[in-house]
Design a protein around this ligand. Structure first.
Ligand code: DOR
Ligand code: ZN
Length: 423
């Protein structure tokens, strides 16, 4: 038995967490039974390990951007114990075989729980159906983005919705026709904010509107929109939810932080799909979280090398997993509680993805636990973000909280800047 002592669990209060064989066996005010070792967590919050439903760890294809050695470190230092990897790797994960091969490749290096998505193309529904029990979800690029995995085909999307899959369909919602139209109109425009203008909010709004219509037509109950960026999308999704339509969504840390005003400073480092928007949109996203329209935070951790990001043809994508939990903790307040943050970063993603063994600190769950110190701050550096890509748009930013310790299966893997395992 291993006991984490006197940890403050949101909604529960100060408790001892008793762990045996990687599982939580008891959560009590004071445990006075037998134990082999204990960890003093007085003054710390205990959260169920973070579950990030959207990361790009670049294996196979680009280990110099992120791999499972570096990515595991990013996750553990950020308080995350489960990450769900997207399929736009090279090659793309679009078949049962590719899922198996990716699993084999990452098994040796992953120190966090690795879950995989299969990508949808216009003609791989058979593979998706066959892979259902091997993946956490299906990813649809309904709009072109980094990688070669676009499925902007409404008929194929309808078939996917009608397939009644047991796993969620997670959609990158941007409308290519809108984007192409703006690209033509802005062919000679060279302002720093060109990327946000080409991928104007109408692309995201149109896509979300079409997807909601298709959910209504097909009765699908497993559709999730990832990285919502605009006030209008929040309003559309809220209205649909109020009408009883099954639709969920998440937002990403960069869309909760940066606006078009930051291009002057960050240039191509800020380029991401969907793009950053305005202050009003950022406010609407926070409001969407508070109102419960947004069910979780997902990082869309998408590292590229700094050299690429500083070039004239910067690829889209921002590394963001390292700030995901810290950013929310920074906003903890009277109307945005630690319990809310726990739900957004662990409980809701576990529910959505069907991880019944995770997402809460309670008897029977896996002992994936993050301890948070509200009294010690974190300043973001190249070193303490741990990513292979080696840069962060939050570099120099100080957050009010820090990650004190991260346990996977009851084993301490990270403690205040240090990893406790051999790599
Ligand atoms: O900006 C983005 N980067 N958006 C995506 O959809 C993909 C991601 C990547 O893989 O780099
Ligand atoms: Zn992504």
């Amino acid at each position: 038995m291993f006991v984490i002592r006197q940890a403050a669990i949101p909604e529960v209060g100060e408790s001892d967490i008793v762990i045996d064989h990687g599982h939580i066996v008891e959560v009590v005010e004071h445990y006075d039974g037998d134990y082999e070792s204990e960890y003093n967590a007085k003054g710390l919050f205990a959260f169920p390990g973070g579950i990030d439903m959207h990361v790009h760890f670049r294996i196979p294809g680009n280990p110099e951007k992120e791999n499972w050695v570096s990515g595991s470190r990013v996750a553990l230092a950020a308080g995350y114990t489960t990450v769900c990897d997207m399929p736009n790797t090279t090659p793309a994960t679009i078949s049962v075989r590719a899922v198996e091969e990716k699993k084999a490749l990452i098994q040796r290096d992953a120190k966090v729980r690795a879950e995989l998505y299969i990508g949808a193309t216009s003609d791989n529904l058979d593979e998706i159906i066959a892979a259902q029990d091997m993946v956490c979800g299906v990813k649809v690029y309904y709009g072109t983005s980094t990688g070669n995995l676009t499925m902007n085909d409404p008929e194929a999307l309808r078939e996917l919705f009608e397939a009644r899959l047991r796993v969620p369909i997670v959609i990158h919602a941007e409308d290519d026709a809108c984007i192409e139209k703006h690209a033509q109109e802005l062919a000679t425009y060279s302002g720093v904010d060109k990327h946000s203008k080409v991928r104007d909010k109408d692309a995201a709004i149109t896509a979300v509107r079409d997807i909601i219509a298709l959910i209504k037509e097909t009765g699908a109950t497993n559709v999730h929109i990832t990285h919502v960026t605009t006030a209008e999308e929040i309003a559309l999704i809220q209205q649909a939810q109020n009408e009883g339509v099954h639709i969920t969504c998440d937002v990403a840390p960069h869309h909760l932080t940066f606006t078009i005003d930051d291009y002057e400073r960050l240039h191509g480092q800020l380029q991401v799909n969907p793009p950053v928007r305005t202050h009003e949109d950022v406010e609407a996203l926070w409001q969407g979280i508070r109102a419960g329209v947004v069910s979780c935070i997902a990082s869309d951790h998408a590292p590229h090398t700094l050299k690429e990001k500083k070039s004239d043809h910067a690829p889209s994508g921002i590394p963001s997993l390292h700030v995901e939990l810290l950013l929310l903790l920074e906003h903890a307040s009277s109307d945005f509680s630690y319990a809310d943050i726990m739900h957004l970063t662990s409980t809701f993603p576990a529910q959505l993805l069907g991880f019944t063994d995770r997402g809460a600190i309670e008897k029977g769950k896996r002992a994936d636990i993050t301890l948070i110190d509200p009294a010690i701050h974190t300043s973001i550096t190249k070193e303490n973000m741990h990513s292979a890509c080696g840069w962060s748009p939050w570099k120099g930013k100080t957050f009010s909280h820090s990650i004190a310790a991260t346990f996977v299966d009851g084993q301490l893997f990270y403690e205040r800047g240090h990893f406790t395992y051999d790599i």
